[in-house]
Structures are given as structure tokens and as C-alpha cells.
Design a binder for this molecule. Structure first.
Ligand code: NAP
Ligand code: ZN
Length: 332
């Protein structure tokens, strides 16, 4: 379909989209798993492009620069959350504006995402990626990267901490790399035998086939921070029992149905069950700089635009190593 991008306003950056990753949230949205999808929908929120025009008041981007956009493209800018650089929790009447399927504060109507040729975003919400990164492989950092970086940093992943990553998909495999670069001891929990074998290559120190109770028992009460990226319903209780005293299970995966928690699995060990949602704009830039410094990008399968339906089907079947990225030049 044809969509119109808005005319440039003084604080806008316009860019041609080079690459856009496919996040499992795109699949949830397309299937209306959260009950809030509006159609027609243009998903895509892991966007890297090259600037084609800037508004008169823009100072930090010029034509020809690289530009990137993740999940958040606007917020009120004045509420306590925005003042704390937590735009994803914007408390303004409209909340934060997401890159697609969100009320468009500027034009009215609904925002359209990155599976398209161009994007227009306010300078304040536009991010920088360096020229020397593999740009297609860097695109997934815009959502997968920040979604795992933010909680790992917030809860103190680093030297002396044992970090478990549950579910090795787009988010999980980037989380292994980021947690390791932060200095933590990284243990992978996967339901896929082939990923147990691949975990060391990805940088994990240890890997556990989570369907094997004997392997799970070995890590009972051993994990300080457990990052749960699983996209579907699953039993979190067996993971809560892996937490050490004062350990914390952080849910970032978004199963459509509520999860059940046995009281004794949290009261024992004074354990916490928590969650985290993407990250603010300043922290997203910090994450991009951190990944550049540590040479972290995603392992991707680069596809053409006409392969997108097949990619969504494969993502649903857990058949991707580890992120699909669309080469948007193939759309024209
Ligand atoms: P993904 O690439 O599909 O990875 C999900 C992983 O979960 C799979 O690779 C698989 O890992 C595991 N898994 C899938 N189905 C399972 C099942 N039935 N039982 C147990 N494990 C299962 O997805 P993603 O893009 O990384 O996203 C993961 C989740 O995070 C999605 O729900 C997405 O919507 C959500 N998300 C949340 C935020 C946030 O801000 N909170 C941001 C982005 C995405 P193994 O093969 O290793 O078991
Ligand atoms: Zn995402």
C-alpha cells in the first residue's frame, strides 16, 4: 500500500530506510495478541536509514548521515517519567507515541512503522549509529538491544554476578553478548538442543537444556539475574527456583496470557519477579555506543521484502538464527 509521510517540520529528520529488523512484537501485533492492533498496519521498529532531509531547526543530523529509530518516536516531554529519560513510561495523557500502531500526535491517525521506504521522526527521538557497524546486523539493537541492555544495567549485571538468559531468540542472543560484555557470568536456558551447542559461540559461559530437569537442578538457587525473553506461555516457577537469595527474574517476553506464580517460589530466598519495557532514548543511544565499543551486533538472516510472509511464519515456528532483517532497498 502507499502511505504518506508528513512534510518536514523544523525539528524533523527524514530518512530513507536501509534495514528493518523483524521483532517477535511485530508478530504479536500482526496477530493482535495484545488486543490493540489497528489495521491496515505497517509494523517494523528496528529501523536504520540514511538522512535525506532535515528541518530548519535540526542541529545534530545532516543529509547523508545515518539515522536510526526504535520503538519510541514521541512523548509529552514534560511529565516526571520523561524528565527521568523514561519516555517509554510517559505519563502524559497520550502516553508515548510508538513507531507504529500508535496514535500519531502530529498528523492524527495511526503511526506507520519501518517496513516502508522512508521515515520522518523528531530529531530528539532519532538515534545515531556509526558508519563502521554492520548496519543490517545493527538494526535489531534498536529494540532487541535496548530491551535487554536496560534491565541488565538497571539490576546490576556485571563482574561477580551470574546472569541467566531464558529463551535464545532475537532478544536472548543479543542479551548473551551484552551481559558478557558487562562482565557477568552468563548461563543460557534454552528449549532448543541446537542452541545449547551454539551458546558458547554466542559467548555464553554455560548452557542448559531447560527441558532436562537434571540439568536445571544443577543451577538451583545459583542465578542472580534471570532475564526471561520467552514469547509464549511457559512455567516461570521452574526458573524462579533457579534464583539465589535476593535474585530477580525480569520478564521482558510478552506471552499473551497471564503467568501463574507459586507463592513459595518467591517468598523462599526473598526473590523478586519483575519486568522491563524497552528503554528511554538517552539509554538507547548509550546502548548503541556500548555495543559499538564492544563490537556487538545481532546474528541475522537478511531477507528481501517479498520474503516477509515466510519470515513471519518461520519466526512463529522458532526457526530463525537469530533475527530476520529486511533489506528495505528491495521494496522499491
Ligand atoms: P523470538 O526471536 O521469537 O525468541 C523467543 C524465544 O523464546 C525463542 O527463540 C525460544 O527460545 C523461546 N520460546 C518460544 N516459544 C517458546 C515456548 N512455547 N516455550 C518455551 N520457550 C519458547 O522473539 P524475540 O523477538 O526475542 O522477542 C521475545 C519476546 O519479547 C516476545 O514476546 C516479544 O514481544 C517481547 N519483547 C518485549 C519487549 C519489551 O520491551 N518488554 C521488547 C521487545 C520484544 P529457545 O529456542 O532458546 O527456547
Ligand atoms: Zn521489538
Amino acid at each position: 500500500m502507499n502511505i504518506e509521510r508528513r512534510d518536514l517540520r523544523p525539528d524533523d529528520v527524514q530518512f530513507n530506510i536501509l534495514y528493518c529488523g523483524i521483532c517477535h512484537s511485530d508478530l504479536h501485533q500482526v496477530k493482535n495478541d495484545f488486543g490493540a492492533s489497528r489495521y491496515p498496519m505497517v509494523p517494523g521498529h528496528e529501523i536504520v536509514g540514511r538522512v535525506t532531509a532535515v528541518g530548519s531547526a535540526v542541529t545534530s543530523f545532516k543529509v547523508g548521515d545515518l539515522a536510526a529509530v526504535g520503538c519510541i518516536v514521541d512523548s509529552c516531554g514534560t511529565c516526571p517519567a520523561c524528565h527521568r529519560d523514561l519516555e517509554m513510561f510517559c505519563e502524559g495523557v497520550e502516553g508515548s507515541t510508538l513507531s507504529y500502531n500508535s496514535q500519531d500526535r502530529v498528523l492524527g491517525g495511526i503511526t506507520y512503522g519501518g517496513f516502508s521506504q522512508t521515515y520522518v521522526c523528531k530529531e530528539k527521538y532519532t538515534l545515531r549509529v556509526p558508519e563502521n557497524l554492520d548496519l543490517a546486523a545493527a538494526a535489531p539493537l534498536l529494540c532487541a538491544g535496548i530491551t535487554v541492555y536496560s534491565p541488565l544495567k538497571h539490576w546490576g549485571a556485571g563482574a561477580g554476578k551470574v546472569v541467566g538468559i531464558v529463551g535464545i531468540g532475537g532478544l536472548g542472543h543479543v542479551a548473551i553478548r551484552i551481559a558478557k560484555a558487562m562482565g557477568a557470568h552468563v548461563v543460557v536456558f534454552t528449549t532448543s538442543p541446537s542452541k545449547v551447542e551454539d551458546a558458547k559461540r554466542l559467548g555464553a559461559h554455560e548452557a542448559v537444556l531447560s527441558t532436562d530437569p537434571e540439568q536445571m537442578k544443577k543451577f538451583s538457587s545459583k542465578i542472580d539475574i534471570l532475564l526471561d525473553t520467552v514469547s509464549a506461555s511457559h512455567d516461570v516457577n521452574s526458573y524462579l527456583n533457579l534464583l539465589a537469595i535476593d535474585g530477580n527474574l525480569v520478564l521482558v517476553g510478552l506471552p499473551a496470557k497471564p503467568l501463574e506464580i507459586g507463592a513459595f517460589n518467591v517468598v523462599k530466598g526473598r526473590r523478586s519477579f519483575s519486568g522491563s519495557n524497552i528503554g528511554g532514548i538517552a539509554e538507547t543511544q548509550e546502548m548503541l555506543d556500548f555495543c559499538t565499543e564492544h563490537g556487538i551486533v545481532a546474528d541475522i538472516e537478511l531477507i528481501r521484502a517479498d520474503q516477509i510472509n515466510e519470515a513471519f511464519e518461520r519466526l512463529e515456528k522458532n526457526d530463525v538464527r537469530y533475527r530476520f532483517v529486511v533489506d528495505m532497498s528491495t521494496l522499491s
